[in-house]
Design a protein around this ligand. Sequence first.
Ligand SMILES: *[C@@H]1O[C@H](CO)[C@@H](O)[C@H](O)[C@H]1NC(C)=O
Ligand SMILES: *[C@@H]1O[C@H](CO)[C@@H](O)[C@H](O)[C@H]1NC(C)=O
Length: 262
Amino acid sequence: MHPSLLLGLLAGTALAGTIRRPGRPRPQAPTAETLCPIVFDGRPDSSLEPLDFDDWNTSPFNPDYVKGAGLPWSSILQFPDISPPARFDDPTYQKPFEVTINDSSIFNNQRGFRRAGLQFQGDTNRDSPGSSGIKTIHFSLKWDAQRPLNLSHEYLNVWHETADYSANQFNFQAGAILGQNSLARDTTLRVYYSRGSEPLRSVTNALTNNNAGEGQYQVGILRKPTGTSDVVNSGYHQRNLNEGLIYGSVFVEDGEGGCVSL
Ligand SMILES: *[C@@H]1O[C@H](CO)[C@@H](O)[C@H](O)[C@H]1NC(C)=O
Ligand SMILES: *[C@@H]1O[C@H](CO)[C@@H](O)[C@H](O)[C@H]1NC(C)=O
């Protein structure tokens, strides 16, 4: 089954992504170079071991958030072999990672969600370098047939949450969307997209968007329940969840002067 990925995006953030569909062979493609200053780099060094993702000294991400109580990132992340590599990954020293969720993925007693979301180290909730100017978040997604998402549910996969946790400036989502964003619009967001390892192409104009409120990026899975009006605290998920999504080429670059790596 092919994931139908929906964009519900908002942000002076631009988005970039490459999506690989399951079950289609692809030619090997060379890794592309990044062109702009890197603000946050979420491309793990190949030498990192799972336990390194629990340690502030070694993880590219915040080891403490946003995940099920008592579950360390070393148990949540998987490191599958992916070929060809994502467009901006150099497999000689960088590797992709898979974020997984199961029935224990309950953060902060939010019993309606199953979630595991990575935040970049240095992406502080206030005064973050990722929340000002023009920024582009890059990510490449791959479906895991062993841990498929259930697209009858709504998922958040890449997003930016305001510092007061009251809203998200943009969401990259999958599955059946429960509601629509109705944020005010006064700034811009632009989306670039490609399949496989092809160069990214702009697929939107600069869209009006409300990027106010600072906050942080999150990369991973937030699975919403069905059958409730209180998605945070209640609702239905099937039992024995075993779901995951593979990420590569995750980084945020500075788009000052119109710079973007394609
Ligand atoms: C969920 O996965 C974590 C990490 O592998 C594991 O420790 C936990 O027991 C799992 N929970 C369930 C309910 O399977
Ligand atoms: C997928 O989710 C729907 C809605 O919660 C549920 O009815 C269905 O049983 C789930 N599918 C699987 C394979 O668990």
